[in-house]
Design a binder for this molecule. Structure first.
Ligand code: ADP
Ligand code: MG
Length: 347
């Protein structure tokens, strides 16, 4: 693209030449008229006619120039912004760079295109989000409805009744977890959940998070090993709790009975590095590319036990804290999630 200054210069030179040419034509015509007649009144009338004619020509040239270089692109832009305002985000303007020039109008058109594309994307995300939420809400609601209907059968024995009640309780639990996660994610995305930084014993926090899953780990006969260096961070306990709970519960969930989980905490300079490794089902490269998307669930056999919002939450928290998360996995062999966090306090 030509720099602005040089475009401005070309325009000015063109205008200068036009004015000079008109003055020149005026002078030549004036000389010519004076040679032809000595009648002062006639000369004055003829010169007036010439001036009017030249002014009409100059104004017409300017009008045409304005029509082409200003009105045409402005109308195109107005039409496009009007359509965007009415919700049509498919609008794309053809920034034609007329006459080889890349004007400010072309730049505005390109910006309008970017704006429409971005709005279109967030519209798709919004509708996807709504349909995902509705789907996730419907499934447990259908379970609750069905089992509540079954419970009304008075001939049911105590054991079956208790089983149905438990199913309803679990489905209600899923609904509640889903809503909690959506609200948390929403708050994080709208920056309503600002991190409150404080001195935070990462070693204890990880140990606590493991202990919280003890019953589940025992029921699946998983081998749980921890190698935790003593690390204190200046970070947000509430936000990091989301990270450890989700990563550890995923490790437990996606590892078959009898498998093992290993949690390691080390430091490197000012960084704390947490590795959570499991010998579970693993993640294929195709799944791996999407695990941080909202509602994405790779392993459908465990779909009942989650809603695909865990990792997006984890990612959001880590982004807010300025850390990093990466995943290494081999299908059928296991997975390692590595979280790197800033803010290590050296004793
Ligand atoms: N430790 C893991 N082992 C295997 N797959 C995993 C693991 N952690 C996450 N995943 C994959 O990433 C997907 C998204 O995880 P997450 O957002 O926590 O959703 P959810 O746990 O509700 O399915 C999971 O459905 C699963 O396919
Ligand atoms: Mg999960």
């Amino acid at each position: 693209m030509k720099p602005r200054k040089s475009r401005w210069l070309t325009g000015s030179i063109f205008f200068f030449l036009l004015v000079a040419a008109i003055i020149q034509i005026g002078i030549l015509t004036f000389d010519y008229i004076e040679e032809q007649t000595s009648d002062k009144v006639l000369i004055a009338v003829l010169i007036l006619i010439v001036i009017v004619l030249l002014s009409v020509i100059a104004t017409t040239i300017d009008l045409i120039r304005r029509k082409i270089t200003i009105e045409r692109p402005v109308n195109k832009i107005l039409d496009a912004t009007d359509r965007i305002a009415k919700g049509d985000f498919s609008v794309r303007l053809d920034a034609t760079h007329e006459y080889g020039k890349h004007t400010e109008y072309d730049l505005i058109m390109e910006n309008v295109n970017t704006l429409a594309a971005e709005l279109g994307k967030s519209e798709v995300l919004k509708t996807d989000f709504i349909s995902n939420v509705s789907h996730e809400l419907k499934t447990p609601l259908a379970v609750i409805q069905n089992y509540a209907a079954l419970l009304q059968d008075e001939t049911l024995d105590e054991k079956t009744r208790a089983k149905y009640a438990k199913t309803i309780q679990q489905a209600a639990g899923r609904l509640s977890a889903l809503i909690t996660n959506i609200l948390k994610l929403n708050k994080l995305e709208n920056q309503q959940l600002s991190p409150e930084f404080e001195k935070y014993n990462l070693t204890d926090a990880l140990a606590q998070a493991v202990i919280a899953l003890e019953d589940w780990i025992e029921s699946k006969h998983l081998q749980m090993d921890c190698d935790l260096q003593d690390v204190t961070l200046f970070s947000s306990p509430t936000l990091l709790e989301i990270v450890w709970n989700n990563l550890l519960s995923n490790a437990v969930k996606f590892t078959d009975n009898g498998g093992s989980i290993f949690v390691k905490l080390t430091t490197k300079n000012d960084l704390a590095i947490v590795e959570i490794t499991d010998t579970g089902c693993g993640i294929s490269p195709e799944t791996g590319a999407r695990i941080f998307e909202k509602f994405y669930q790779g392993d459908t056999s465990h779909a009942q036990e989650g809603n695909g919002l865990g990792l997006p939450l984890v990612k959001k928290v880590i982004d807010i804290l300025g850390g990093q998360i990466s995943v290494r996995s081999q299908l059928g062999e296991g997975t390692t999630f590595t979280v790197t966090l800033k803010g290590v306090i050296h004793a």
